[in-house]
Design a protein around this ligand. Structure first.
Ligand SMILES: [Zn+2]
Length: 111
């Protein structure tokens, strides 16, 4: 028996809820922090100096807490970039695809 319109609408609502929560599932992002050490004699005290760094860090959420990890080497940066790209693209693509499939089915059922 094919699903009813209200079943499909419920399915779409569930998918959209999942989709709206995806932001937290992403394992993180890479941020660059340019630092000023605060010593008045240091080059970074000059207004047009770019400062120290940037120090790249991987920031992600785990158990409700934001965790920031240093990425000290270019190899660590590349590894983090790859991990973020893999997990975010696969889960976003999957959710996007099933949401639009479901929306399509709801549209086709509408009178
Ligand atoms: Zn400095």
């Amino acid at each position: 028996m094919p699903p009813t319109l209200s079943q499909l609408e419920q399915e779409k609502r569930d998918l959209l809820r999942t989709f709206s929560q995806l932001g937290d599932l992403r394992p993180g992002s890479i941020t660059g922090i340019v630092r000023r050490c605060g010593k008045p004699t240091c080059h970074c005290a000059q207004p047009d100096d770019p400062g120290h760094g940037p120090n790249l860090r991987l920031t992600y959420k785990a158990q409700g807490k934001t965790i920031s990890e240093a990425l000290p080497t270019p190899i660590a940066v590349r590894k983090a970039e790859r991990e973020i790209a893999e997990s975010s693209s696969s889960s976003v693509m999957l959710s996007c695809k099933s949401t639009s499939n479901c929306a399509e089915r709801v549209r086709s059922k509408r009178p």
